[in-house]
Design a protein around this ligand. Structure first.
Ligand SMILES: Cc1cc2nc3c(=O)[nH]c(=O)nc-3n(C[C@H](O)[C@H](O)[C@H](O)COP(=O)(O)O)c2cc1C
Length: 192
């Protein structure tokens, strides 16, 4: 495949990942540098993709360690795999935390209710507790949705580098790199 087609396919794969239900590349591993200087990584779900704006988003909890880490060091790396097709996409870029404004509220309202329950915990992600139900506090039931919205944020990622690895043909592995230069991309082949 030529580099132009790979570039188009890469963005198509990312866009397809944001559709409802399980999709390849939806679950991405997001790597950051922690406040202690050590690397950290966790799964996030890709929520929106816009090639024209060079933008990817995921949602997270404002209280989570990754928000503190990204507020200090906004560089982020994401990787996801399509194990059926033996494809890998890596993204290096800069993250911006959207803590308020209409985009955050719209993202909250357009999210599936089940994915929003975690934002309603009284304890911040990563807080120690004696049993799982302690996260929601001592009152019966769980706090209302408005509690969740207070903790919810959107993370925008502006890719600076995209990396495509295709191992679907064992005899001809292909790897391509796209580096952002101003408003365009410089593309090239790299060794797999
Ligand atoms: C399938 C799956 C999807 C997840 N999606 C998200 C997500 O979209 N956003 C998020 O903040 N955490 C998500 N998590 C939880 C994170 O991987 C992580 O445990 C949590 O955000 C705390 O991360 P931190 O301590 O590095 O901030 C997901 C976990 C799983 C297993």
């Amino acid at each position: 495949m030529c580099l132009e087609r790979i570039y188009t396919r890469l963005w198509q794969c990312l866009a397809a990942a944001t559709r409802e239900g399980p999709q390849p590349f939806k679950a991405m591993q997001a790597a950051t540098i922690g406040l202690d200087g050590a690397p950290d990584v966790r799964t996030v779900l890709l929520r929106s993709v816009c090639e024209a704006q060079n933008l990817l988003t995921f949602h997270t909890d404002l209280r989570s360690p990754k928000v503190a880490a990204l507020s200090r060091e906004p560089r982020i790396a994401l990787v996801a795999v399509d194990t059926d097709r033996n494809l890998q996409i890596r993204v290096h870029g800069e993250a911006r935390i959207i803590r308020d404004g209409p985009a955050r509220v719209d993202a909250w309202h357009s999210s599936d209710d089940r994915s929003l329950v975690a934002y309603r915990t009284l304890l911040a992600p990563g807080s120690p507790m004696s049993q799982p139900c302690d996260a929601f506090g001592t009152q019966p039931g769980i706090p209302g949705p408005e509690e969740g919205l207070k903790h919810f944020c959107v993370v925008e990622v502006k890719p600076a580098r995209l990396d495509w690895l295709d191992l679907s043909d064992g005899d001809r592995p292909e790897r391509a790199r796209f580096v952002r230069a101003g408003d365009t991309w410089v593309s090239g082949w790299i060794a797999p």
